[in-house]
Design a protein. Structure first.
Length: 150
């Protein structure tokens, strides 16, 4: 655990006061892997929700006080997944995670929180959503006429 000065978001960035973060199997795996490869001082966890606390120059998607959630791959905005998106995964080898009182991320790394869910509930969604997508579109690729029972 460490204390640092509260940083201001840079251009295109947003600072979020974290209200809730969730722990996923992937997070446990990454922490154990970091120990194996010697990555020190990396902030773990990928999934969080909270409120926008500060907005950097040029960031226009969110306003102060907006409830937001992190997304798993901030560099993957649309289209097919590319391996070049992997380093942007929060709490991974290339990017700090969200186990912090405040996080600063590019505005593209956030989505609006559903109004019908609490911060605790919202914080459980990002990794779960990517896991579901992976199951449906990578492991067992859906075809146009396929049906999914939920």
């Amino acid at each position: 655990m460490a204390e640092t000065e509260l940083q201001e978001p840079g251009p295109g960035q947003v600072r979020v006061r974290v209200a809730a973060a969730s722990l996923n199997y992937r997070d446990v795996f990454m922490v154990s892997r970091f120990g194996d490869v010697g990555i020190d001082n990396r902030i773990p966890l990928s999934d969080a929700s909270g409120a926008v606390d500060a907005v950097g120059d040029g960031a226009t998607r969110f306003q102060l006080g907006d409830r937001v959630a992190t997304i798993f791959f901030p560099d993957w905005i649309s289209g097919r997944f590319r391996s070049s998106y992997a380093p942007s995964a929060l709490g991974g080898e290339g990017a700090d995670g969200v186990l912090s009182e405040y996080v600063i991320v590019p505005e593209r790394a956030l989505v609006a929180s559903p109004t019908c869910l609490s911060d605790l509930e919202t914080a459980t969604l990002p990794c779960a959503a990517v896991t579901a997508w992976h199951a449906l579109f990578v492991r067992a690729p859906l075809e146009p006429d396929d049906r999914v029972l939920i």
